[in-house]
Design a binder for this molecule. Sequence first.
Ligand SMILES: Cc1cc2nc3c(=O)[nH]c(=O)nc-3n(C[C@H](O)[C@H](O)[C@H](O)COP(=O)(O)O)c2cc1C
Length: 247
Amino acid sequence: MTLSDSRRILHIDASARAGLSGRDRHGSHTRRLSRRFIDRWSALRPQDAITYRDVGSQPPAPVSGEWIAAAFSPPERRTEAQHAALAESDRLTAELVAADLVVIGAPMYNFGVPAPLKAWIDNVVRVGLTFGFDRARSGAPYWPMLPAGKRLVILTARGDYGYDAGERLAAMNLVEAGLTVPLAYLGLHDTDTVAIEYDEFADDRLAASIAAAETDVDRLVDGLTGSGTAANLAADRFSRASRRVSA
Ligand SMILES: Cc1cc2nc3c(=O)[nH]c(=O)nc-3n(C[C@H](O)[C@H](O)[C@H](O)COP(=O)(O)O)c2cc1C
């Protein structure tokens, strides 16, 4: 990525908490991390366009029977009512298709993503737009349709601790998989994750986790924008959480 290219970033927040932790009473850690990511990115690459979706405060409608019938009808055969049923999904899908980088503030709620973020996923997994389906196709009947080269950043927070790979609660962590599996199915494979843990404990471990996550976010932005030094990129802590997802 060179500074002359303009990139499009889709920034999504999903916390039900409105403010930012560290600034607002009862503020959100994931909003704090995503705001930090975007502010640092914009300072380094002011030419990039940011689209913001706050699904935490304005949840997309869950898919309905009418939505499903419309989505699986060929566009030229849809009724006016079916086009209307897909209007929000069309907007959300267009934002995802246009984005070079998707940055999601994704709290853990009951081990998975908050319902509004699941509703966003359900609205952007669209046959004929983000994935193809053909029963008669040889091999798998599904194929990804998102343009190649996109990247996903998950900025998450949890009340408990030990949810990373190999740790005591790893098997209960459905947040990352809840995002990476469906998005990889659409063709978005490259993911970086930064997490804050210990929110429920509100002690020194939370403070240390926030400080480490903020350092990781800064390094991640520097690495992705090409602004990091070789030394700090080599020493990346976040690289433990970076991975390529196949689906
Ligand atoms: C409805 C709800 C469900 C939660 N479920 C879990 C959970 O399953 N595991 C966990 O470790 N923390 C859980 N938490 C704690 C949150 O993950 C934690 O408060 C996190 O900081 C929320 O993100 P936010 O700060 O961006 O709002 C839950 C919190 C809420 C409000």
